[in-house]
Design a protein around this ligand. Structure first.
Ligand SMILES: *Cc1c(COP(=O)(O)O)cnc(C)c1O
Length: 242
């Protein structure tokens, strides 16, 4: 049995923390979207949050996500793929509303093809691997211009901004320089003439550091544990592959 009232209470708590963080940063809380990362949790948990009016859900594995989409297909939800996507699996990813892990021009092309064939519109966030970071996925800053150039000619997919998965720190303040740096990357792309309409979103911040991310300009925060509780399996680590 799912404890729906406990889930609702945690959702309310996260929402009010988002509002307070927005207030500190003098930002409109409506400019920040909460993506509830439901990976490893059953569709019943998704439905319980949907009943409380929540719409945006994140998953890191395509197959697991497709099953939850099927189980909740009558609900008006928006699905975000936050985990790494191999180009050869782009076709299956066409059911997502947003893909946060785009890291090559080839993947942009594959997603455009898949979204057009499925007659769907997908928002793309380009995952950035900041220099010195030990993560495996994401594009380096010098690769970003080509990725945005590839997106410029697309019609079924639309580049919407940047995504960051920084190294893990116990202290949320440890993430702050990375969040700030992602904003810096965004500003340099704008200065180089990348259209502002492709850079409106900054997807950054997770359970332990989303308030810091909001202070640094996040427009999409991806929160799992703080909403759903701890995930049992080691395979659910944020850097997980498909
Ligand atoms: C799992 C995951 C999250 C959520 O992490 P929590 O610490 O549980 O909030 C956010 N982003 C990505 C990319 C993830 O894989």
């Amino acid at each position: 049995m799912i404890d729906a009232s406990a889930l609702h209470a945690r959702l309310e708590d996260i929402r009010s923390r988002i509002e307070r963080a927005a207030g500190r940063a003098k930002r409109d809380p409506a400019s920040i979207r909460l993506v509830a990362v439901s990976k490893t949790f059953p569709a019943e948990c998704v439905a319980a949050l949907a009943a409380a009016g929540h719409r945006d859900f994140g998953e890191n594995k395509v197959q697991e996500a497709l099953q939850k989409m099927d189980a909740t297909s009558t609900l008006p939800l928006r699905w975000h793929l936050v985990g790494h996507l191999q180009s050869n699996k782009a076709k299956k990813a066409a059911r997502f509303d947003a893909v946060h892990s785009v890291d090559s021009p080839a993947l942009v092309a594959r997603l455009e093809e898949a979204a057009a064939a499925a007659r769907r519109q997908i928002d793309l966030l380009v995952q950035v691997d900041l220099a010195g970071e030990a993560t495996k996925f994401g594009a380096r800053e010098q690769e970003l211009a080509d990725i945005f150039a590839a997106a410029r000619g697309c019609r079924a997919v639309r580049a919407a901004g940047l995504m960051l998965l920084p190294p893990a720190f116990d202290d949320p303040e440890g993430s702050r320089p990375f969040f700030r740096e992602l904003r810096g990357v965004r500003d340099r792309l704008l200065a180089r003439g990348v259209d502002a309409s492709m850079l409106g979103e900054l997807s950054m911040g997770m359970s332990h550091d989303f308030e810091v991310a909001i202070e640094e300009g996040a427009t999409l925060v991806r929160v799992g544990t703080a909403l759903f509780g701890h995930r049992g399996r080691a395979s659910s680590a944020p850097t997980d592959e498909l």
